[in-house]
Design a protein around this ligand. Sequence first.
Ligand SMILES: *Cc1c(COP(=O)(O)O)cnc(C)c1O
Length: 227
Amino acid sequence: MATIAENLDVVRKRIGDAEHRFGRLPNSVALVAVSKKQSSAKIAAAVAAGQRHFGENYLQEALEKIPDLADFALHWHFIGPIQSNKTRGIAEHFSWVHSVDRVKVAHRLSEQRPRALPPLNICLQVNISREPSKHGLTSEELPQVAHAVAGLPRLRLRGLMAVPASYDGFDQQRHSFAQLRRLQEKLQADGLALDTLSMGMSADLEAAIAEGATWVRVGTAVFGPRL
Ligand SMILES: *Cc1c(COP(=O)(O)O)cnc(C)c1O
């Protein structure tokens, strides 16, 4: 079985090749290693191989692992659904939140972000494939929420995130990611200074990079199957 260091090399090469192939600048796409349901020991192996940004979906699980890795200067990204009663732990322990889809949650994160820390980086999650089961804002709801969140003092609205329906075909994958990119461009034209598109996972990161991803969130291709 490949080691985590070897997996990371493969994923970094996939990212670099896609940057080259689609005319993106070298190192314009960064990797969030999604460590949900992976042990602290596996995360430490990724740290030893140079990885610094990690994504977690469940607050309780993250709060159990973060202290194990406190010796390293790591950046934690919250990428899962957010219940209102979990915002304090997220505001205190994370650098980024990719999955904000309600103004109420954004207000709480802003109020609860500790003064000693820099503003919390935020992406708004969009339900790009309009799946009823999925979290995220509709494209109709997005502009109003984006302007409200951009005005909150302890947050920094950076861009958009999506988990599109999974397609096998590259062109279909790319089509979904293009929709997110166009929503971002509309908000930028409307005066919001956004620089982040969080899109692409193990199975579709190339299509996401083709459409402008700046973060890809990759779990199984880095760590192997989840527990
Ligand atoms: C689990 C998860 C990922 C990583 O998925 P893989 O297919 O394991 O790469 C990325 N983004 C979100 C929001 C996730 O929940």
